[in-house]
Ligand binder design. Structure first.
Ligand SMILES: C[S@@+](CC[C@H](N)C(=O)[O-])C[C@H]1O[C@@H](n2cnc3c(N)ncnc32)[C@H](O)[C@@H]1O
Length: 424
């Protein structure tokens, strides 16, 4: 097999003469739940790949070589498949292979045209069937290989959410997460071994959750109930300032909302947040959609820790944090060009804007906020050279003054927002 060039960040190993790889979804009901085509496909294979649990579901009549997945799986895949080149291969997957399953990885690796996928009902379909939930309206979060905090951005009063568990301890962790984030009154239903002879359903409120760990193969259904006294954290930017920990180096709620509106995140986009501080811009960028990614550049160590802590606490632990100082034009260890860049700190440092500008993809957006006269002057010069829009915000917050209320002004912020490549 020869590795071709990456396509959309995906390495496709193209071997046009290679026989197709069959990917067969198998449920907890095992062989008895498979249709005739899936059975014939497995029976006709020379090598069957799967987890120990999946391979055990096959009857003794299957004579193919059983290849258990190594751990870690992903780096081993290309060599593993290379070793069986020219053979009839069949991969077992749980439920629907294209739903958080091995089919997605194989399609990325070998290309869709090399695969023949035979899906079974997914765990989400089975869970919704048991609960009477509308599948299309329920977000599904995978906690397999990811921190449970990833669930947080999906939580909202009266919302229903499904979580794919990593193991038998995930339900207890989710209950703890809900209790700690103002969702203790939510009802948790754990659905184990769906579709199989050992199917079991248990239920309790997160606040009182004390059930012993059950089966590792389980899905958690959350009926969200929010504590009205807990600060609301929706996906809409401009979260309450009190949700951020740290040394107070924070773009405040109102300006943060205006900044994210200017940055205009779309699903799948990558942001560079330069001068990360508390990481609030990168965090709220990532909270807008599960596929959004961000890298926060911060030169101070304690702030880098604060960014990582805030990102985990607000459900986007995948925010990258770098110590790198972006002052050399064209030079950065980050390889993917960002779709948007926010410069919230270090504006007057020589080379920062130039470096950011040189890395931004054509058509990407750059937004820079300035609070000093010097950095504002710099933005005026850059806008004269590259166009874009200049705005100035003055926010007042009401504060008590004796028996009265006064308007406390915050530092005015000058904002430059520009699209690279816009003619003006
Ligand atoms: C890597 S994901 C694969 C999902 C799978 N492709 C599907 O269609 O559901 C594995 C997770 O799915 C869930 N899962 C898969 N089959 C299940 C079943 N029969 N009963 C309960 N949960 C199941 C568990 O949360 C498990 O950890």
């Amino acid at each position: 097999m020869a590795p071709d060039a990456p396509v959309n960040g995906t390495r496709i190993i193209a071997d046009r003469n290679a026989p197709p790889i069959s990917v067969v979804g198998i449920g907890a009901d095992g062989w008895s739940g498979l249709g005739s085509v899936a059975r014939e496909t497995i029976s006709g294979a020379e090598v069957v790949f799967g987890s120990a649990r999946q391979l055990e579901l096959l009857p003794d009549t299957i004579t193919a070589h059983a290849q258990e997945w190594p751990s870690p799986l992903l780096p081993a895949l290309p060599t593993l498949f290379d070793g069986y080149s020219g053979r009839k291969l069949c991969v077992l997957a749980s439920g629907d292979p294209m739903f958080y399953g091995i089919g997605v990885t194989l399609a990325r690796l070998f290309g869709a045209e090399r695969l023949r996928v035979f899906p079974q009902a997914s765990s989400a379909s089975l869970a919704c069937a048991r609960l009477g939930w509308a599948l299309a309206e329920v977000p599904v979060v995978s906690a397999v290989g990811r921190p449970v905090e990833t669930v947080l951005p999906e939580l909202a009063h009266r919302r229903r959410v499904l979580v794919l568990s990593a193991d038998e301890h995930t339900p207890g962790r989710i209950a703890e997460l809900l209790r700690g984030n103002g969702f203790g009154e939510s009802m948790l239903t754990v659905l184990e071994q769906l579709g199989g002879p050992r199917e079991r359903v248990v239920r309790d409120r997160a606040a009182t959750w004390e059930l012993a760990a059950g089966d590792p193969l389980n899905v958690i259904a959350i009926d969200c109930v929010a504590d009205p006294k807990h600060p609301r954290a929706t996906r809409v930017p401009g979260l309450p300032d009190e949700l951020y920990g740290g040394d107070g180096q924070l773009t405040k709620s109102e300006v943060r909302a205006l900044t994210l509106a200017a940055l205009a995140p779309a699903p799948g986009e990558l942001l560079w947040d330069v001068g990360g501080g508390s990481g609030s811009i990168a965090i709220e960028w990532c909270r807008t959609h599960p596929s959004c990614r961000a890298v926060s550049f911060e030169r101070l160590e304690h702030r880098r820790r604060q960014i990582a802590d805030n990102a985990a606490a607000l459900g986007v632990p995948h925010v990258g944090v770098r110590a790198e100082v972006l002052t050399e034009v064209g030079k950065s260890t980050e390889s993917a060009p960002p779709d948007a860049i926010f410069v919230g700190g270090g504006l007057t440092q020589a080379g920062v804007l130039e470096t950011c500008w040189s890395h931004l993809r054509q058509g990407g957006r750059l937004v820079a906020n300035a609070v000093t006269a010097e950095s504002e002057a710099l933005l005026l010069n850059w806008s004269a050279a590259h166009g874009g829009e200049l705005r100035k915000f003055q926010i007042y917050r009401a504060e008590p003054l004796g028996r009265f209320t006064t308007w406390r002004p915050q530092l005015p912020v000058t904002q430059w927002a520009v699209v690279k490549g816009d003619s003006f």
